[in-house]
Design a protein. Structure first.
Ligand SMILES: CC(C)(COP(=O)(O)OP(=O)(O)OC[C@H]1O[C@@H](n2cnc3c(N)ncnc32)[C@H](O)[C@@H]1OP(=O)(O)O)[C@@H](O)C(=O)NCCC(=O)NCCS
Length: 147
């Protein structure tokens, strides 16, 4: 059972290099809302701030290995979930199991509502969020005026 083998631990500074590698891989980047190529300097600055904030971030552990990242961000009246699994480990049920852990944690913390922003073409992500009970509530349209 995949779910039994998945757990979460808090992100520390020692994880930043690994998170950087996952986040900047083309496979992950094409699914992110912001596709910009991140720099190591920007990444470190972002995480220095994040690690001091109230918003929790966790490394997903799978079979004794670090397999990805999940985070919860307080937004208006809800918490937004972000998830990123090591691209070399996609399709093994880790994303689904990690999301189940986050939902469990959110219930334990008595949070009111979870949200996720997911690109239309990101089928694996739609699947894992819908499987656990998230419902799509709106769609964002864009019109590109410049390249
Ligand atoms: C989305 C993501 C977290 C999924 O992680 P994962 O460990 O590969 O997910 P799982 O293996 O648990 O499940 C993937 C599901 O999507 C399905 N799937 C995968 N590719 C698919 C596709 N192209 N079309 C339809 N379904 C697809 C799988 O069959 C599986 O469904 P199942 O459980 O019913 O079999 C991972 O792909 C990722 O990190 N993507 C980049 C970051 C991202 O997109 N984050 C989401 C925005 S917050």
């Amino acid at each position: 059972m995949t779910r039994m083998r998945t757990s979460l631990r808090r992100v520390t500074e020692r994880d930043l290099r690994q998170i950087f590698e996952w986040r900047r891989s083309p496979q992950v980047r094409k699914q992110m809302i912001s596709r910009s190529v991140i720099t190591w300097r920007g990444h470190k600055r972002f995480w220095a701030k994040r690690l001091r904030s109230e918003n929790p971030s966790f490394i997903v552990r799978f079979d004794g290995q670090d397999a990805g990242l999940v985070r919860l961000d307080a937004v208006e009246n809800a918490h937004e979930v972000g998830i990123c699994i090591n691209p070399k480990m996609h399709g093994k049920g880790i994303g689904s199991a990690a999301l189940a852990e986050v939902v469990k944690l959110a219930r334990k913390k008595n949070l009111k509502k979870l949200l996720a922003r997911i690109k239309l073409g990101n089928a694996a992500s739609h699947r894992i969020f819908e499987k656990i009970g998230f419902k799509p509530i709106y769609m964002t349209y864009e019109l590109r005026l410049k390249k």
